[in-house]
Design a protein around this ligand. Structure first.
Ligand SMILES: Nc1nc2c(ncn2[C@@H]2O[C@H](COP(=O)(O)OP(=O)(O)OP(=O)(O)O)[C@@H](O)[C@H]2O)c(=O)[nH]1
Ligand SMILES: [Mg+2]
Length: 194
């Protein structure tokens, strides 16, 4: 997919704020600080379309981005597993993700982002099982691949596969928002998702 333009449609805290777009939609989920917003910027060739931060807990709403005038919509979900918020706030985010996954008819895939450096945590396992239960493919983008030597990428992918109980090949794609590793591959994948 060639990126000709992108824009933020809305940051939605509630379901009644979701846009009534008709095109296909793909959402990105993952632990807080894993690099969801950075990846969206890198894919869309934008510096600051999705707001990013070194401090976890930046994205706190369901954010809808239009690609190429609604050729497709990309959704940035709030990150989970962020320790420094109240239990009440955590519940609120969980509910937000849940409501979105349950009710969004346009949603075709949910892609889980995992930091390539670390073994997936308990929340990642829960999120991944959940995504599979919803009937999605179970694609994973392993972020921050620039932070480990190239020769170690496969080893880290194997660790992720094992922890998440993945048997299929090719479900985990290493990615870096820094050097754009596999950007074209991911865009191509998004384009061909039905
Ligand atoms: N080296 C490197 N750093 C990255 C990469 N992607 C993200 N980061 C950094 O990781 C931090 C978090 O990135 P975000 O994109 O804000 O993460 P997020 O998943 O959207 O976080 P929340 O909105 O809190 O859920 C920022 O400091 C980014 O610069 C990457 O591919 N390589
Ligand atoms: Mg974010």
């Amino acid at each position: 997919m060639k990126i000709k333009g992108s824009e933020l449609i809305i940051t939605a805290g509630r379901q009644d704020q979701y846009p009534n777009t008709l095109c296909k939609e793909v959402a990105f989920a993952g632990k807080s600080n894993v690099g969801k917003s950075s990846m969206i910027n890198a894919l869309l060739n934008r510096k600051n379309l999705a707001r990013t931060s070194g401090a976890p807990g930046k994205t706190r709403t369901v954010n809808f981005y239009s690609v190429n005038d609604e050729e497709m919509v990309i959704v940035d979900l709030p990150g989970y597993g962020f320790a420094r918020v109240s239990k009440k706030e955590k519940e609120k985010w969980k509910k937000m993700i849940e409501v979105y996954l349950h009710n969004r008819e346009q949603l075709r895939e949910v892609i889980l982002l995992i930091d390539i450096r670390h073994e997936p945590g308990e929340n990642d396992v829960i999120m991944y099982d959940w995504i599979k239960e919803f009937g999605f493919t179970g694609l994973i983008i392993a972020t921050k691949a620039d932070k480990i030597p190239k020769g170690k990428i496969q080893k880290h992918i194997n660790t992720i596969k094992k922890k998440l109980n993945i048997e299929e090949e090719g479900l985990i794609i290493p990615f870096s928002a820094e050097n754009k590793m596999n950007r074209d591959l991911i865009l191509n994948m998004l384009e061909h998702m039905e």
